[in-house]
Design a protein. Structure first.
Length: 187
């Protein structure tokens, strides 16, 4: 069974078999690639029966702006609604931002949208990890903490002299362990 549309009622039906099984234990989780889904809708719209009915959705493809790729957007329109085959499972919506969560006919299926405010998952990670730390040195920020940790250098090459304040590890090594080492004739 494939995605189907009841044209007079505007209900789009999505069978469980059309979604990728991600996990079966402890709970069944499936993924619906929204781009693949919209192509199935386009094919139904192009059929002899579908041509006379209103368009099911709007599609805005990915766009690169300033080195960042903005995610594809699918918007279900014209009063169409979506029903996932009933059952005890969850559906993760992937591959695009959408309004699918707003047009679902409720049943026992848990539908989980992960709209990304425009950024694609892949370029979002790259944008974060490739960002210069120097641009994020506000006191109290993670960038500042990372920068300070890196600036601390190698603790094993740090001189003990001057780092022997009361209650510090330097005090233990510099004053106590070295004294014991001298006593034992190790130094």
């Amino acid at each position: 069974m494939a995605v189907s549309i009841n044209w007079p009622t505007g209900v789009i039906s999505v069978p469980k078999a059309d979604m990728t099984l991600v996990s079966s234990t402890p709970f069944e989780i499936r993924e619906l690639d929204i781009n693949v889904f919209r192509l199935a809708l386009k094919n139904l719209e192009d059929d002899d029966v579908g041509q006379v009915w209103a368009t099911t959705h709007n599609h805005n493809t990915t766009v690169s702006v300033g080195g960042v790729t903005l995610a594809r957007v699918i918007q279900i329109i014209n009063g169409y609604t979506i029903t996932f085959e009933n059952g005890s499972y969850a559906v993760n919506l992937i591959g695009a931002n959408s309004n699918i969560g707003d047009v679902i006919n409720l049943n026992t299926v848990s539908v989980r949208a992960s709209n990304s405010a425009g950024l694609t998952e892949l370029n979002l990670a790259a944008s974060v990890w490739d960002e210069l730390v120097a641009n994020h040195l506000t006191v109290g920020s993670t960038g500042k903490a990372l920068n300070d940790a890196g600036a601390a250098g190698n603790p094993w090459s740090t001189s003990i002299v001057g780092n022997t304040g009361a209650g510090t590890f330097g005090e233990l090594v510099g004053k106590k362990l070295l004294t014991v080492a001298k006593f034992l004739g190790l130094k």
